[in-house]
Write a protein that binds this ligand. Structure first.
Ligand SMILES: [Zn+2]
Length: 109
C-alpha cells in the first residue's frame, strides 16, 4: 500500500471532497504500490485494476467463470501497468467518498 494514497483516502472520508491522486497507481487486488514499478502488463476487470502478477494469477479463474468479457481494457504491448492505468483513467483523477446513503439506516455504535 502507498502511505500517500492512504492519507488521501482519509482526507476524502473526512472532507467528502474530491481529492486528486496525481500519478499514484496501486493494484486493486494486492494493494501493491505500482506507481514507479517497471512491471509490464495488467488489465481492468470490471472497475478493478489488476497488476501483471494478479492478472496472471486470476486469469484462469476469470476464464473458468466465463467472465473474460468483464476485462474492459488491457495494457498495450510493452506498456507498464502504471502507465496503462494512468492512460485508462485519464488526467486529473480524484477519489471521493460520499457518505450518508439515505436507503440504509444509520448504524449506532
Ligand atoms: Zn496485484
Amino acid at each position: 500500500m502507498n502511505e500517500d494514497l492512504d492519507r488521501k483516502w482519509d482526507e476524502a472520508a473526512r472532507t467528502g471532497q474530491a481529492i486528486p491522486i496525481g500519478d499514484l497507481v496501486v493494484c486493486d487486488v494486492c494493494n501493491d504500490d505500482m506507481t514507479a514499478s517497471p512491471a509490464i502488463g495488467g488489465f481492468i476487470f470490471g472497475t478493478y485494476a489488476y497488476c501483471p502478477k494478479c492478472a496472471a494469477s486470476h486469469l484462469t479463474k476469470i476464464r473458468e467463470y466465463g467472465e473474460e468479457h468483464m476485462i474492459r481494457a488491457r495494457a498495450q504491448s510493452g506498456e507498464t501497468f502504471a502507465d496503462f492505468v494512468r492512460r485508462y483513467r485519464g488526467p486529473d483523477s480524484t477519489i471521493r467518498i460520499i457518505k450518508g446513503n439515505p436507503i440504509l439506516p444509520e448504524m449506532k455504535p
